[in-house]
Design a binder for this molecule. Structure first.
Ligand code: NAD
Length: 331
């Protein structure tokens, strides 16, 4: 889609900016104490929701939940078996008409732009974009092959730039839309054997914030919403073998439910569990040396020593890169 630059809105008077600062602060404090179930939620019936990585884990669960709420779901995934599984789940729930599956390697920029164009023609404009697909290498920095570092950043981070560039112009034109970034607790805190993963997730957090600023540059209370999601470990298999001394892994269904609720109530940030907010606050206030004994106490240094993860991801990638790049799965 050809993009013509939006005009920048004039700066507000200083007093108004201060009033707004305290208003939003008060609103944030009040909303913090209001449970999701009491918040007003937007209707997603008939909306087009695109989810990357919807062939597995929380992406698949979110797809199903959003379809149950009446949304039309477009799933992009590299894994053919995962897409097949998503189709079977939708068929079992008699919702196959609401699903459009596409096989794609989102690590490839041109493929993203081409498929975005095709989806626009075949399904229509996207109302909600959920950048969810992700991978993890799980090795110490010096043992991580360069290709794995580059692949992590391409899939977990760079793809978000291209996805947003592909779909945001139409959202701005329609003055409506929602961009969801699935980051992680690992986007604020850091552990061992995860340098590429942490770098990619910290980048997600920065990207979401920068995007929010650019949307506010056009319109103060932008009609295009953004949500950043920061969950702790989830029991999907992505972090199989990792150990947590702090807390049990989260259940995928609970995480997917909370994200869908958060999107519908247009929350700008979802932290799961919520009390990690306090860890984030400590992190920015104490000297960085203090973090070492804290990390030791919470088992951060041994957390990834038994990590297995999804060993088959690289195999899937090879299959897709060689044979099925950008192939459509259900057309
Ligand atoms: P998952 O492995 O179950 O799902 C990830 C999906 O992304 C898979 O279907 C995979 O095929 C797809 N994918 C991978 N590479 C791709 C590529 N190149 N192109 C297209 N699709 C590709 O993982 P999950 O646990 O559901 O994680 C989903 C998101 O949540 C990820 O961004 C992850 O970083 C984040 N997250 C996960 C955890 C956790 O503990 N599992 C914790 C915090 C955040």
């Amino acid at each position: 889609m050809v993009w013509t630059k939006s005009p920048i809105r004039p700066t507000n008077p200083m007093v108004l900016n201060f009033v707004l600062f305290f208003y939003y602060l008060f609103e944030g404090i009040v909303l913090f104490f209001i449970p999701d179930s009491f918040r007003e939620k937007k209707d997603v019936t008939g909306k087009n929701v695109l989810i990357t990585g919807g062939g597995s884990g929380i992406g698949q669960l979110m797809a199903l939940k959003l379809a149950k709420l009446g949304a039309r779901v477009i799933v992009w995934d590299i894994n053919e078996d995962g897409l097949e599984m998503t189709k079977q789940l939708f068929t079992a729930n008699k919702m196959e008409q609401q699903l459009h599956c596409y096989q794609i390697d989102i690590g490839k920029r041109e493929t993203i732009y081409q498929l975005a164009e095709l989806v626009r023609k075949q399904v229509g404009p996207i109302d909600i974009l959920i950048n969810n697909a992700g991978i993890v290498t799980g090795r110490a920095l010096l043992e991580t092959p360069d290709e794995c570092i580059e692949q992590s950043l391409r899939i977990n981070t760079l793809s978000h730039f291209y996805m947003v560039k592909a779909f945001l112009p139409e959202m701005i034109k329609r003055s409506s839309g929602h961009i969801v970034t699935i980051a992680s607790i690992a986007g604020n805190l850091s552990g061992c054997n995860l340098a590429d993963y942490h770098a990619s997730k910290f980048a997600n957090v920065g990207f979401d914030l920068a995007l929010r600023m650019e949307l506010a540059q056009i319109q103060l209370d932008s009609k295009i919403k953004t949500t950043i999601v920061k969950p702790f470990f989830i029991n999907t298999g992505m972090f199989a073998g990792a150990r947590s001394r702090m807390l049990p892994f989260l259940e995928p269904d609970h995480v997917a439910e909370r994200i869908v609720d958060g999107i519908r109530s247009e929350q700008s940030e979802i932290i799961l569990p919520w009390f990690f907010w306090f860890f984030f606050a400590i992190l920015v206030t104490v000297p960085s040396k203090c973090l070492i004994p804290l990390a030791d106490a919470f088992g951060v240094f041994t957390m990834m020593t038994q990590f297995r993860g999804r060993r088959n991801i690289s195999t899937n990638m090879k299959t897709s890169n060689n044979n099925n790049n950008g192939k459509l799965n259900n057309e």
